[in-house]
Design a protein around this ligand. Sequence first.
Ligand code: PRP
Ligand code: URA
Length: 209
Amino acid sequence: MNKVIVTDHPLIQHKLSIMKDKNTGSKDFRELLEEISMLMCYEVTRNFPLEEVEIETPLCTSKTKMLTGKKVGIVPILRAGLGMVDGMLKLIPVAKVGHIGLYRDPETLKPVEYYCKLPMDITEREIIVTDPMLATGGSAADAVTLLKEKGAKNIKLMCLLAAPEGIEAFHKVHPEVNIYVAHIDEYLNDHGYIVPGLGDAGDRIFGTK
Ligand code: PRP
Ligand code: URA
């Protein structure tokens, strides 16, 4: 219950510091987000079950271990969550990808849903929701609520940066959903931005604004 796993490997912290720098442009920002997502995927998939299989090495028959063919669904929250998908797919190429479109109303800071397309067999899949920013927690909480309404049972949330306020708000609604995050920043400002943060993740990924 209420588990937050901070994946603070030195490579992740180094890359995240470059992303936070306001002088880092979109190309580098995107590439770093993809690389960090790949590194975080290692931790997010740590509990995936293995089974014993028999293979032939060039020398002999050997019993070894492989994944049990667990079905995975990666669900980015549009737009910024898209930036984490390719890194995950590099390590889990058979995963299916769903999309949930949410934007945060700049006045109310409440998420507004505009799109949802999920794999048909979502109930059978281990779902990894991706979004770089967990600020107030509203977008991630609504996305997970939507996934549960569609039948998803096994859900993890993977973020790059979180505010303590967002973690608390998210876990009030979904206490059983583990959060994986590269770093927990200091606080949310009056506009709902994570401080020190990295600014608007979607704008920095896609070069808008
Ligand atoms: C950002 C971010 C999260 C959300 C976090 O998206 O990618 O989805 O804000 O804020 P919250 O925790 O307070 O809900 P945004 O609404 O800016 O949309 P975008 O990804 O399309 O830019
Ligand atoms: N969304 C962002 O992209 N950045 C923040 O700091 C908060 C919400």
